[in-house]
Design a protein around this ligand. Structure first.
Ligand code: A2P
Length: 280
């Protein structure tokens, strides 16, 4: 495996196996941080309308000397813009903020089932893809019941579902559903989110020491060895580079089994999808 290595999505397009997340980065710091990530070798950047840093993200991509095609860019439709009369204009506004001609991946950010608009929004994403404005489309924070509804009603299977997923909240119960439908899982908060709680587990520290790697590198490697697509975030150049240096070691089956013992039903840091009912 290497930093340039990709997975093939269910629509035939490729996605780099490791991405860089920019949630919580202020827009005016995002260009420098994403530039540090590109310099460290990341080729996959994950932003969202709701993060408020599409401008800074797009500037880093445009100012990079890398060809545009070498950088995979994701953004997400905010839930307040799910109504059909808003969704298309909202996508156009994203493209204006990014300053890019096209997008690699556009996601529905949360299902917000109480508002019952995610199916309509999915149909808009299908249209945008048909028009060539975005290469791949997917969702975030969707449960299998929401995914199933999209598939049953439109026949279009999301290419990805982006979920909170880390050793303390491994989402084992819904992985099979994703595998059966060929839906790739991007993982946000792969280190446990703000404060990186997962990295404090003594077990992770022990395994890291055994491999002469850092706890963060062990956790990112744990994702990669399961075919998951982690999106670690850091504002610190040293950590950005550290989190990309994960290709020179293998976790053993025993390491993987031990890390699996950290999984907890209450290990999630954000609301469960069905509990997130406010629009943003
Ligand atoms: P910082 O941005 O100050 O580096 P996640 O990717 O799960 O959302 O985790 C993000 C959190 O983990 C941030 O608080 C980030 O802090 C911290 N973090 C990122 N990389 C590392 C690392 N290699 N070692 C320790 N903490 C890290």
């Amino acid at each position: 495996m290497s930093l340039a290595q990709t997975l093939v999505l269910n629509d035939g397009h490729s996605i780099p196996r490791l991405g860089f997340g920019v949630w919580r980065l202020p827009d005016d710091e995002t260009t420098a941080t994403v530039t540090a990530a590109l310099n460290a070798g990341y080729r996959h950047i994950d932003t969202a309308q709701a993060y408020g840093n599409e401008v800074g993200t797009g500037r880093a991509v445009r100012e990079s000397t890398l060809p545009r095609r070498d950088i995979f860019v994701t953004s997400k439709l905010r839930t307040a813009d799910f109504p059909p009369e808003k969704a298309r204009a909202s996508f156009n506004a994203t493209m204006d903020r990014l300053g890019l001609d096209d997008l690699d991946l556009f996601l529905l950010h949360w299902p917000v089932p109480a508002h019952d608009l995610y199916l309509d929004a999915w149909k808009t994403l299908i249209d945008l893809r048909a028009q060539g404005r975005v290469r791949s489309i997917g969702v975030s924070n969707f449960l299998p019941e929401h995914l199933k509804r999209l598939i049953d009603e439109t026949g279009v299977v999301p290419a990805v579902n982006q979920l909170e997923l880390h050793p303390s909240y491994a989402q084992r119960d819904i992985r099979d559903f994703h595998a059966q439908h060929g839906i790739a899982i991007q993982c946000y908060s792969p280190l446990g989110g703000e404060g990186a709680a997962v990295l404090a587990a003594p077990l992770i520290a022990q395994i890291a020491q055994n491999h002469s790697k850092s706890p963060a590198q062990v956790v990112i490697r744990w994702h990669l060895q399961q075919g998951l697509i982690p999106l670690p975030k850091s504002a610190t150049p040293k950590r950005i580079a550290e989190n990309a240096d994960v290709w020179d070691f293998d976790l053993s089956d025993q390491d993987m089994q031990q890390i699996a013992t950290l999984d907890r039903a209450d290990g999630k840091t954000l609301p469960r999808p069905e509990e997130m009912n406010t629009l943003f």
